[in-house]
Design a protein around this ligand. Structure first.
Ligand code: ADP
Length: 430
């Protein structure tokens, strides 16, 4: 409403009423009483204004606990407007707190760390991921300078040089982090942290794998190329020597083929696009095929024992055949003539277990934890001599993982080894 009507018109009207009343009094009782009437009327009006001003100041001191009076005249409008403003303010504040709570929750769920700092890098707020990445504690470190908390020379340089257009990659507390400072508002900055430890590890594994695979393939290729060159330069080479060369080249070709096949198997096992399609695996059939392979490889050089007491399982026949075959072929390759190899398929409260035990050369303890790494070999020359690719145990580990089974390696150098795959209980169906 127009303030002229709300405030001035009633005030002028009230003053006119007082003046008119006083004039009436003056007309009957004389000028003195007229002056007294004007004075008292104005005093009452001023007193009322002061009273409402006083109530207003009390309410302004404690708007939550005290109450505004209904008011009189223009005060009614003033008080109702103040009430409305206060109600709107309360509503806005409730909305703001709700929004802030949602924002904080979203920040907590972020996979990246977020640190809010003022213009001179004093910590104002950070999410739990940032606490983890940078070793901060919001409750303890609030209002501390971030450069005193993140003690990294690279980070100090980054802050001092102030080249925040590019992120910084640092190693901090055994993690590889990407840090990026972004200025916002006039006097605030955000530090975003992104952990790349895992992706770096995978990248390194990939680079190592490519380097190792190339190295593995280069050796047989060099041998084949060498023989081909000799044969090209000496066309009238003795046929016996030539046959010897062809035999060696065939062996190297087979080695390359084995390597490529193992690499393809590993790639398929690691691929999320190829989950195990569980089928009932006829274990007797699978184990008999493994044992017959073992006889073929051992050609009577070892004492072979076979125990089959376990149930059928749900899983992939081909994958389990490949894993068991790898363990058996290793046992034959790393057990000297006259040694004993035992294959057992048993069942217990923990679930079915496949075990290959040999009395072979064994493995010293420092190697055991690394055996399932690709291309890791204890004795490189022995592995190559026996057509090993260095990928067998990596394949076994992946097959076990895909069947929720656990590969355990126990070995003593010079005494022998036991490789077992413990399947979980629900897998068994027999
Ligand atoms: P490889 O093709 O070289 O045998 P694996 O991944 O199958 O590759 O095995 C990795 C390494 O583990 C082998 O090079 C060998 O040193 C060791 N190893 C595996 N099985 C046995 C075993 N039964 N006895 C002794 N050493 C073994």
């Amino acid at each position: 409403m127009n303030p002229l009507i709300v405030f001035w018109v009633p005030a002028i009207l009230r003053t006119l009423i007082v003046v008119c009343g006083a004039l009436v009094v003056g007309y009957f009782w004389g000028i003195l009483w007229c002056a007294i009437a004007v004075g008292s009327g104005l005093a009452v009006l001023i007193g009322l204004q002061l009273h409402y001003l006083y109530r207003l100041s009390i309410w302004l001191d404690k708007p939550d606990s005290s109450k505004l009076p209904d008011g009189w005249g223009a005060w009614t409008e003033i008080f109702s407007r103040l009430y409305r403003m206060r109600r709107e303010d309360e509503k806005n504040q409730a909305e703001l707190s709700e929004w802030l709570a949602r924002f904080r929750q979203a920040m907590t769920l972020l996979p990246d760390g977020v640190v809010i700092m003022d213009d001179v890098l004093f910590l104002e707020w950070c999410n739990p991921v940032a606490e983890q990445h940078l070793g901060l504690s919001l409750s303890k470190d609030k209002n501390m300078r971030v450069t005193n908390l993140i003690r990294s020379p690279e980070f100090m340089d980054y802050v001092i040089l102030g080249r925040f257009d590019k992120p910084l990659t640092v190693t901090h507390r055994d993690r590889k982090l990407i840090l990026h400072i972004i200025k916002f508002e006039n006097r605030r900055q955000i530090l975003v942290t992104h952990d790349i430890t895992e992706s770096e590890r995978i990248d390194m594994m990939r680079r190592d794998f490519i380097a190792n695979a190339s190295h593995e393939l280069r050796t047989p290729l060099t041998v084949i190329n060498g023989f081909l060159e000799i044969n090209a330069m000496q066309p009238d080479l003795d046929s016996k020597i030539r046959a010897g060369h062809i035999k060696l080249m065939t062996e190297q070709g087979q080695r390359m083929q084995g390597l490529v096949e193992d690499m393809l198997t590993l790639t398929r096992l690691e691929s999320v696009d190829f989950p195990v399609r569980p089928e009932r695996v006829n274990m007797t059939q699978l184990l008999e095929s493994v044992v017959s392979e073992m006889h073929g490889l051992s050609v009577g050089k070892h004492e072979l024992i076979f125990i089959n007491e376990g149930p059928d399982v749900m899983g992939s026949f081909d994958e389990l055949r490949s894993a068991f075959g790898n363990l058996v072929s290793n046992a034959v390759r790393y057990t000297p003539v006259g040694g004993t190899i035992t294959i057992s398929w048993t069942n217990s409260d923990a679930g079915p277990k496949f075990m290959v035990k040999d009395s072979g050369i064994g493995i010293s303890s420092e190697h055991i934890s690394r055996l399932t790494e690709r291309f890791y070999r204890v004795d490189k020359s022995r592995s190559r001599e026996t057509q090993g690719t260095g990928l067998g145990l990596a394949i076994v580990k992946h097959v076990a993982l895909r069947h929720k089974a656990q590969l355990t390696i126990e070995s003593t150098s010079g005494v022998g080894s036991a490789f077992s795959i413990q399947f979980p209980m629900p897998v068994s169906i027999a």
